[in-house]
Design a protein around this ligand. Structure first.
Ligand code: PLP
Length: 419
């Protein structure tokens, strides 16, 4: 038996070891490694939630103040921070979003978005993509298309997966679209499934953990058109892409279509406390004026998460971090393209939007393992996904340009060393 009393997630337990993060500052975090404490450069924002970087004083202090003010309340509890956060989240959404449903994390946001869509439409089916991740609870996992779902099936009835569509850059700058350039595959699936049975379509703006799959231009507006034609609720799962990751507030803004529901978490508090939410457009929200919203959680709008979220949003605003992510993201994209041109035999495809990028690496699993180890040796934290041979890069929005360039140089060195 493993010596630790808690389970490690997504992992066999034998040999699994805790990562002892003991502190951090900005884009770096400190890890106890035996007798020593090593400083790592965070090129992955931990689990994609540390958008504000490490040691963010403002959020930490806001949580401390909230502890003195109020911690214990009821789901229907009203207090100033809850109201203020809901208003701020709606302010940053496109016009027409009028309600927030609070949750504790991303999967719960997805679960509740599905419930809202089912209750609103009276239909039960949902469409999502194969290379997607929407969370680990049974409903969200059923929507997820990646390898984590099949071993746990059967999941929810009525979830239909479609193939992914995305555009990559090849060495030299040519571009290739996989899965088709428009939304006709989704439109066809809707027809075959029966439009009157489909409650919702769930899409991450840019599927993150499955390889930073940037959709072709026109894809989102095509899906939006199909949803409009058939009264289907379009859900943008912005849990990973939100809060500046793609250089915009929630992530879908640059893709040319507005959803009906927006799910958020992770960067919402910068990772300092658990919180998620569903933002709801008025055309859906108004249906619940007289109809019961059959959804709730004991810790709905818990003050500690809300205090962290409210201060986090103020930090994004005051420090103009979303705008910063757009500028730094353009720099990161250009640097990765140049790296790909230098290492074209290894970095076969790249995709990037804002501060989220995926680098597909040629070679077998052993080579990919060598690459991960070479990055560890350099104390550079990224998301190497061996299954899809893709290195995913997602630094905190507060990373300095020098740190970003240092991180990218380390990635290139590790790629060369692992050949
Ligand atoms: N949706 C997306 C797009 C995600 O990336 C994730 C987590 O990685 C989730 C939902 C689930 O969030 P949580 O782990 O907070 O339940």
């Amino acid at each position: 038996m493993s010596e630790h009393p808690f389970f490690f997630t997504w992992s066999a337990q034998r040999g699994a070891k805790p990562v002892e993060i003991v502190g951090g500052e900005g884009a770096s975090f400190d890890v106890r490694e035996g007798e020593r404490v090593e400083r790592w450069l965070d090129m992955g924002s931990l689990s994609y939630q540390a958008n504000l970087g490490h040691g963010c004083r403002r959020v930490i202090d806001a949580m401390k103040r909230q502890c003195d003010e109020l911690l214990l309340t009821v789901p229907s509890g009203g207090y100033p921070a809850k109201d203020a956060l809901a208003r701020k989240l709606l302010e940053h959404a496109p016009p027409g979003f009028t309600k927030v449903f609070f949750t504790l994390g991303g999967a719960e946001a997805v679960e509740n978005a599905l419930k809202i869509a089912r209750l609103a439409t009276g239909r039960h089916k949902a469409i999502s993509r194969y290379r997607s991740y929407h969370g680990a609870t049974m409903g969200a996992l059923t929507l997820s298309g990646d390898h984590r779902r099949p071993p746990l099936e059967p999941g929810l009835a009525g979830v239909v997966h479609v193939l992914d569509q995305y555009e990559s850059r090849l060495p030299g700058g040519a571009r290739v679209i996989e899965g088709g350039a428009d939304a006709s595959a989704i439109a066809r699936t809707i027809e075959l499934e029966g439009p009157e049975t489909i409650a919702a379509i769930f899409l991450e703006p840019v599927p993150g953990a499955n390889g930073a799959l940037v959709p072709p231009a026109g894809y989102w507006s095509g899906v939006r058109g199909a949803c409009d034609r058939h009264g289907i609720v379009l859900v943008a799962d912005c849990v990973l892409d939100g809060f500046g990751r793609l250089g915009s507030w929630y992530g879908f803004e640059r893709l040319g279509a507005t959803p009906d529901l927006i799910t958020i978490s992770k960067g919402l508090t910068g990772g300092y406390a658990p919180l998620g939410a569903v933002l709801v457009h008025e055309r859906i929200a108004k249906l619940f004026e007289d109809r019961v919203l059959l959804a709730g959680l004991t810790f709905y709008g818990h003050p500690i998460g809300v205090a962290a979220g409210l201060e986090a949003v103020r930090v994004y605003e005051d420090e103009k971090l979303v705008e910063r992510a757009a500028v730094l993201g353009a720099r990161m994209g250009a640097e990765i393209a140049a790296m790909q041109d230098r290492r074209g035999e290894t970095i076969t495809k790249t995709r990037a939007m804002g501060l989220l990028a995926g680098l597909e690496i040629a070679g077998d699993a052993a080579r990919f393992t060598r690459l991960s180890k070479a990055l560890d040796a350099r104390r550079v934290y990224t998301h190497p996904n061996a299954r899809i041979r893709t290195l995913i890069v997602a630094p905190p929005l507060v990373i300095t340009e020098d740190e970003l360039l240092r991180g990218l140089r380390a990635i290139e060195d590790a790629i060369v060393e692992s050949a």
